[in-house]
Design a protein around this ligand. Structure first.
Ligand code: AMP
Length: 217
């Protein structure tokens, strides 16, 4: 089962894909996570893309498409995958269509005010990448990951000035993708209208949508 998850930055894509991969037993692939790792390890690719992430701009299509092509060739993707943060442009969506068939698209619909509040409160574990939120998904001990004990940090691009720019980029380049997928694959839209909606409720609605489409039992 090949799934993609669409939604603005901070709509909960990362949180939901982490939960879904455990339930569906397929890997979650986040281009943002791949890029942050490359930057942290100061690889050639990391050096080329750092400026885009720092400013909230998109990494050029040809770079992202190559990264995804390589990643979904890996053996762990043989039964499917969930793509989080890819595609983000029409060009990327068309390139993806040439490589694999997408079975469904999950669309997280969250109003902008909620997103800005959420992103400013997001914290990520430096070791394992687990995502927390100081409003709704607090760690048991301040600043410490529940799962691995690693330190929590705030992503540089989760500061208010960059959040605004990421949102603008999303509206301009990624939102139109919804129409593209609506005319091609089943779309499961889940709406979240409150800052403190429990993530497990959203997961349940996605799972129910996948059941209705008979993609899972
Ligand atoms: P994310 O973790 O998905 O919010 O991504 C963080 C940043 O990585 C984005 O603001 C972009 O700079 C870059 N990025 C991630 N995925 C893509 C993509 N599919 N296309 C272009 N840039 C991307």
């Amino acid at each position: 089962m090949n799934l993609i998850i669409l939604g603005a930055p901070g709509s909960g894509k990362g949180t939901q894909t982490t939960r879904l991969k455990a339930k569906l037993n397929i890997p979650a692939i986040s281009t943002g996570d791949i890029f942050r790792k490359e930057i942290k390890e100061e690889t050639e690719l990391g050096k080329r893309i750092k400026k885009y992430l720092d400013s909230g701009q998109l990494v050029p299509d040809e770079i992202v498409i190559d990264v995804i092509k390589e990643r979904i060739k890996q053996p762990d993707c043989k039964n499917g995958f969930i793509l989080d943060g890819f595609p983000r442009t029409l060009e990327q969506a068309k390139a993806l269509d040439k490589i694999v068939k997408i079975d469904a698209c999950i669309n997280l619909s969250v109003p902008k005010e909620i997103i800005v509040k959420r992103l400013s409160a997001r914290r990520t574990c430096k070791n394992c990448g687990e995502i927390y939120n100081l409003l709704v998904l607090k760690p048991k001990v301040d600043g410490v990951c529940d799962k691995c004990g690693g330190p929590l940090f705030q992503r540089d691009d989760d500061r208010e000035s960059v959040i605004e720019e990421r949102f603008r980029v999303y509206e301009r380049q990624t939102e139109p993708l919804l129409k593209y997928y609506e005319s091609r694959v089943p779309v499961i839209t889940v709406t979240c209208n409150s800052v403190d909606a429990p993530p497990e409720l959203i997961t349940e609605q996605i799972i129910n949508g996948l059941k209705r489409l008979k993609l899972i039992d």
